[in-house]
Design a protein around this ligand. Structure first.
Ligand code: ZN
Length: 133
């Protein structure tokens, strides 16, 4: 028969999470069970990257946000309003290809900044190819 061996005291102990003891869970005084914040429930000791105090501010993470974001170059607006406006720009007869490209890029950039196309912005862009009546 294949009895599982007792590995306590063996080399595996070195991999066990020191916070939860390998359970992956922590139980507080009220009996609530929560996922271990140190090993995230795996019960394994995480690779020590030098930053052990995860509860404090994370300078490494903060630095990343200062770097140029690695975003795929967007060529078309992602919001419904932006999509509609970009189509209007594309189909506008009095615009040069350059202007169309510039306006489309403006829409994309506006979306990136504001998360959507504001009504004021839509108006502003439309004015450039469709004179107000
Ligand atoms: Zn743990």
């Amino acid at each position: 028969m294949n009895h599982s061996r007792y590995g306590l005291g063996g080399p595996r102990d070195a991999e066990l999470c020191g916070v939860c003891g390998g359970d992956g869970r922590l139980e507080n005084a009220w009996g609530q069970v929560a996922k271990c914040p140190s090993c995230h429930g795996s019960g394994r000791r995480q690779e020590d990257t030098g930053f052990h105090d995860v509860t404090k501010t994370k300078p490494a993470h903060h630095q990343q946000s200062n770097r140029a974001p690695v975003v795929e170059k967007q060529v078309w607006p992602g919001t419904p309003a932006g999509d509609l406006l970009a189509k209007e720009v594309r189909d506008a007869s009095g615009l040069s290809a350059d202007t169309k490209a510039r306006l489309t890029r403006e829409i994309i950039e506006h979306e990136a900044t504001h998360g959507q196309c504001t009504k004021t912005f839509l108006k502003k862009i439309r004015k450039q190819f469709r004179p107000a009546t």
